[in-house]
Design a protein around this ligand. Structure first.
Ligand code: GDP
Length: 461
């Protein structure tokens, strides 16, 4: 299984920093480092002890030119991230020394690593399963402490353990059924089928439990898509700015988009709120007015949560009613803003129009009601579910899809039993569930799926 080429990449972020790291993995990594590294008192990479730090310099062997002073760490397989021989060269964190040292490793026999290739090798060499490898990227991209906690939980293999357990049970049932097929007497087949049916119930409950965590998990991982709507001057920008001023989590640039879209994440007690089209709200006076009700509907359709602002110092306008109508059947909170001003809004009328939505009275101006708003958001995300510290939490859309399909196959197996089909038909359903679940751990993942997953990583990871 081990790869016969050696890969190399800059492992640290691009730009200036205190240190930068070039990482190599593969059979030649130590011999390549050996040609470039000159240790103090003549130590070479080939003689370096595993997992020790050595001080020295990197020089171009052809010109003799010294490139930078470095620290060298050799990690001999299998005690390394990839289980292969890994060498890290820690140099000064500037783009030029990093590029020069990377070029030297390439000139002396390494190949530039593809995105995620170190982690892919860790997976291929059995160091991590697929769900754990995906957790690595989730840790890097986590947006709040709560999302980090979930990702670390996945890295420790919790989800894989639950999934493996379900797979093992399915396999036992298959074996049981196949043994029964070899007995010609009908009643043995029937008894076995009934036993399998009983065992399927708790197994499906387990999958169901995992799926119940999925919505919350996805939100913690990817952020709650939130849109703030309301008529002009109601206080949308003020609310957004107030949240950003106090709660800004992280700002991510999305490369490759024509406009420089900046996604803003606001951290509401561990829940990353992803405010949709922030720039749009801030630059234009009003989303509804500028884009029309049609576009407002598109925003609303994509959102996990809609914050509708109404102005308590004005009577309910026709526009407000239109927007309230847009919300039918959506996750929305109605926020009555400007409660610090004399009240003109007719509350009974509001309650009639905001059928069943939670209505909160706030004043962005003096900060009242913002705590209650946060509480309402948290409650919505965790509504009636286990808290994130308990057990495995499904966060990944890919995993959710696989779990749903596996559940479906098990339901079909029960169906097959109910209509008295022969055991080999039940086996077909069980095997399908077993196969699908293997895509989470990577036991049954094809090359396409692996490429798709690892290409989302950055180079050097
Ligand atoms: P937008 O057009 O919906 O984005 O509204 P803005 O956020 O630009 O706010 C319009 C005006 O209302 C600004 O002058 C704000 O200072 C003011 N405003 C916003 N929230 C409040 C509030 O809670 N109370 C009062 N009195 N004024 C507010």
């Amino acid at each position: 299984m081990f790869q016969d080429d050696t890969i190399s990449a800059v492992a640290t972020a691009i730009g200036e920093g205190g240190i930068g790291i070039i990482r190599m993995s593969g059979p030649d990594s130590i011999s390549i480092a050996d040609q470039l590294f000159i240790g103090t008192s003549g130590l070479t990479a080939a003689k370096a002890a595993s997992h020790h730090v050595y001080y020295g310099s990197i020089a171009d062997p052809e010109s003799g030119q010294k490139i930078d002073e470095v620290l060298l760490i050799v990690m001999k397989g299998p005690r390394s991230y990839t289980r292969e021989n890994v060498v890290e060269i820690h140099c000064h964190g500037g783009p030029v020394p990093l590029r020069r040292i990377l070029e030297l490793t390439l000139r002396f026999g390494a190949r530039l690593a593809e995105p995620g290739e170190f982690t892919k090798r860790a997976f291929l060499n059995g160091r991590l399963d697929l769900a754990q490898a995906e957790a690595v990227i989730d840790i890097i991209r986590s947006k709040t402490d709560a999302s980090l906690k979930l990702a670390v939980n996945h890295l420790s293999g919790h989800l894989s353990e639950v999934v493996r357990n379900i797979r093992d049970k399915a396999l036992e049932m298959i074996a049981h059924l196949e043994a029964a097929i070899d007995f010609p007497e009908d009643d043995i087949e029937e008894v076995t089928s009934q036993q399998v049916d009983e065992q399927l119930v708790p197994l499906m409950a387990q999958l169901d439990h995992l799926l119940a965590t999925a919505q919350t998990g996805r939100i913690l991982r990817e952020g709650l898509q939130t849109v703030i709507i309301g008529k002009p001057n109601v206080g949308k920008s003020s609310l957004l700015n107030a949240l950003l001023r106090e709660k800004r989590a992280i700002v991510t640039d999305i490369p490759g988009t024509t406009r420089d879209i900046i996604e803003e994440y606001v951290n509401i007690r561990g829940i990353p709120l992803k405010i949709v089209d922030t720039a749009g709200i801030r630059e234009t006076e009003d989303v509804v007015e500028q884009l029309g009700v049609q576009r407002a509907r598109e925003f609303v359709d994509k959102a996990d949560l809609i914050l509708l602002l109404l102005d308590s110092s004005l009577p309910l306008a026709e526009e407000d009613k239109q927007v309230l109508e847009l919300l039918a059947g959506r996750q929305a909170l109605v926020l009555i803003n400007k409660t610090d001003l004399p009240q003109k809004l007719d509350m009974p009328e509001i309650m009639q129009y905001s059928k069943g939505y939670q209505v909160l009275r706030i004043s962005v101006e003096n900060g009242t009601g913002i705590d209650a708003l946060e509480e309402a958001i948290v409650e919505r995300v965790y509504s009636g579910q286990v808290t994130q510290s308990e057990g495995a939490f499904v966060t990944n859309v890919r995993h959710i899809t696989v779990l749903r399909q596996a559940y479906q196959h098990l339901a079909e197996a029960r169906n097959t039993i109910a209509v008295n089909m022969p055991p080999d038909c039940i086996v077909v359903d069980l095997r399908a569930a077993w196969e699908r679940l293997g895509e989470i751990t990577g036991d049954t993942a094809g090359e396409d799926l692996l490429d798709q997953i690892f290409s989302r990583f950055c180079i050097g990871k």
